[in-house]
Write a protein that binds this ligand. Structure first.
Ligand SMILES: *[C@@H]1O[C@H](CO)[C@@H](O)[C@H](O)[C@H]1NC(C)=O
Ligand SMILES: *[C@@H]1O[C@H](CO)[C@@H](O)[C@H](O)[C@H]1NC(C)=O
Ligand SMILES: *[C@@H]1O[C@H](CO)[C@@H](O)[C@H](O)[C@H]1NC(C)=O
Ligand SMILES: *[C@@H]1O[C@H](CO)[C@@H](O)[C@H](O)[C@H]1NC(C)=O
Ligand SMILES: *[C@@H]1O[C@H](CO)[C@@H](O)[C@H](O)[C@H]1NC(C)=O
Ligand SMILES: *[C@@H]1O[C@H](CO)[C@@H](O)[C@H](O)[C@H]1NC(C)=O
Ligand SMILES: *[C@@H]1O[C@H](CO)[C@@H](O)[C@H](O)[C@H]1NC(C)=O
Length: 240
């Protein structure tokens, strides 16, 4: 065998060795991500959990580990209190359990924070806000202006604001084209089958585009002027 041929052989063996080593390393690495157990099962892990982004009111998640059964602790920034469950858990599916907690500003005060049928409500009676300010306030803390879906929820609203001695509240139903009113979720009084208008559903754009609930009349009144009237409002967390 000539020297050049011999060198070529050595070179080929080197390449084969490299390829072998690379594939062994790769198989070790992939086993690390999806470890197989003697019984043939695989170890599942969860990715980083997702949080809702709502500025200072975002729920903070303290992840200790990513194996199934591991809990991650939830908390809030100073000035906010956590409402709801205080942890999530990595499930068999490789997903985190549902984040069922909210950070609620401390300046709202306990009597104005109410739970009803799985939702949390903030009755904001400390600030005269026009409709767009009210809507923006709720959105900034990851809630929406209240969506009233049935008679029980409507009843709850009227009882609560009578107890709190609130005069009127913006609720989250509005008309953008004059005529049909819809909630922020896109639900309408046709799709969710509940409404409590002061008369039949307003169809005239002149009837107004924003809606106040007032305890002395116990129904929803569209306001005829624009939505500038400064009053109180209700934010709802967890309506869906
Ligand atoms: C891990 O193994 C399971 C069970 O065979 C499989 O369903 C899953 O897709 C694997 N995941 C990865 C990242 O390879
Ligand atoms: C968030 O908190 C910081 C520090 O307290 C403050 O300066 C900022 O205005 C807050 N942002 C909002 C949207 O409230
Ligand atoms: C979550 O809270 C529990 C109880 O306070 C504590 O034992 C655990 O270490 C915390 N986990 C993390 C990741 O902070
Ligand atoms: C808001 O309601 C709370 C609790 O009922 C009450 O203490 C507070 O005085 C009210 N604030 C205003 C501005 O009406
Ligand atoms: C209002 O809703 C009704 C019933 O869904 C529909 O027939 C009508 O076209 C809607 N009007 C407008 C202006 O969207
Ligand atoms: C929309 O209406 C449906 C039917 O009433 C209801 O189940 C759903 O919770 C509503 N969505 C929201 C965001 O309230
Ligand atoms: C609501 O109030 C804000 C702040 O005073 C103002 O800029 C805005 O034009 C008002 N919007 C309406 C619809 O009145």
């Amino acid at each position: 065998m000539q020297l050049s041929q011999r060198l070529q052989m050595i070179f080929r063996y080197d390449i084969i060795t490299l390829v072998l080593v690379a594939s062994i390393v790769q198989s070790i690495q992939s086993k690390k991500c999806n470890k197989s157990h003697p019984d043939g099962s695989y170890e599942v892990t969860c990715n980083d959990p997702e949080t809702r982004s709502c500025g200072n009111a975002s729920v903070l998640i303290d992840v200790g580990g990513t194996t199934v059964g591991t809990e991650a602790n939830l908390s809030c920034l100073n000035g906010y209190t956590l409402w709801g469950s205080d942890s999530i858990v990595c499930l068999d599916s490789g997903q985190w359990s549902q984040l069922n907690a909210y950070c609620i500003p401390d300046d709202i005060g306990d009597p104005n924070i109410q739970s009803f049928d799985g939702s949390i409500y903030l009755f904001n009676n400390f600030t005269g806000s026009n409709y767009s300010q009210a809507k923006e306030y709720c959105t900034n803390i990851c809630s929406t202006l209240i969506e009233i879906n049935n008679q029980e929820e409507d009843q709850f609203v009227y009882e609560t604001f009578q107890n709190l001695e609130i005069e009127s509240l913006w609720i989250g139903i509005e008309s953008v084209n004059g005529g049909n009113f819809s909630w922020q979720s896109g639900n309408t009084t046709q799709t969710n089958m509940y409404a409590n208008w002061e008369s039949i559903e307003p169809v005239d754009p002149e009837a107004g585009t924003c809606v106040l609930a007032t305890p002395q009349y116990t129904f929803w009144a569209p306001v005829t002027e624009d939505c500038e009237f400064p009053t109180d409002f209700v934010c709802e967390f967890g309506s869906n």
